[in-house]
Design a binder for this molecule. Sequence first.
Ligand SMILES: [Zn+2]
Length: 435
Amino acid sequence: MPRTEKSFRGRRLRGLYALVMTQADANLRSALAWIDSQHGAMADRVARWCRINSGTANQEGVEHVAAAVLPVLKALTDDVTRVPLPAYETVDDAGRLTQHPVAPAIVARKRPDAPVQALLVIHLDTVYGPEHPFQDVATSDDQQTMHGPGVADAKGGLAVMLTALECLERAEPQHRDRVGWTVLLNPDEEIGSPASMSLLHEEARKAHVGMVYEPALPNGDVIAARKGSGNYTVTLHGRSAHAGREFFKGRNAVTAAAELALQLAALTDETTGTTVNVAKIAGGGANNVVPDLAVLRCNARVADPAAREKLEAAIALAVGTLNAREGFAAELHGTFNNPPKPRTPGLNHLLDQLADAGHVAGVTFGTQDSGGVCDGNKLAATGLPTIDTLGPVGGHIHSPDETLNLDSLVPRAKLSAALLLGYANGRHEPPPRDS
Ligand SMILES: [Zn+2]
């Protein structure tokens, strides 16, 4: 279980800010009031986008969602582009490398020369492919809850992000022009963003503040630190032989994979939070054949960069040792595609500013750390202070019970808009980048 740690930083700051309610607060609140009128429009957008299937592998569906979102972006800026992404590579259970194309990403920019640059990121894909039984969108009788594929993760977040930008762009030029923004919508987050990773890094290096619209936690908290996550595949070649006639000439790839699995699992350390989950071993065939091929898959998680370094070295050593054994060849594929996202000075600074934005917007929240990962890990890995749960409140994501708390749409859009308007009017300077 991930270690969970409540922070009272937000609560303490809110108490402080409550004492200094100013004219600036009143001005910000009146700019945010427009969002109250957008509840119905936001809910309609979420329902419309969720009725379009956009499972990651459904390229056509992902492009269809992008096409539905484009008019909203184009009303905000003339600078909207579809960015083709490279295919990503996987290793199949026969040890073969396979290429997979994905839909293009969408990048939109406004005021790229402004002194404060915000990068707003969310994904267009969902975990539910066209064959999944969960396709319908429904709203509860009391209009409190929407149930449907991607309502919270992450089409609700997409609606929140765009409404916050609409609010910013409605402000007088002197109240918005200090902030420029880039929106990056990627098509492959639910499989770890293998194709959009370089684009995420590239945009993150240019920004001052990272804002990712994954759903907030079911109690409204936002996530601060996240573990890092790496996915690895080891292809193991041995030597096949007749199990009766020439058993001792064979080199059994399946038993070698089993030994490796135990070595990798033993790298788990509950005290540091490092885990290695051996997820699958594929290989073998007829009972009378010593198997010459096995493919082992595992997921590794660590709390901080030092633990990552240690674990990566240990995995490389275990695979290298096996590779050096007579008659065996072992290849390691994969990496920490989501580096750990610790609580850095930049992140703490940004959390303080978000608490202030919450004070203005009337949104209260706590913070928690998580063992889960998202694109926020990748942005933060470049030194960009990033909050990655700015989406609405939802529950049961990645399951056929996924729901969105409709009453959270307006407050969460106000929260983001208040943060952006706070940079625009000089209430806040962007946090320093982490090195
Ligand atoms: Zn998501």
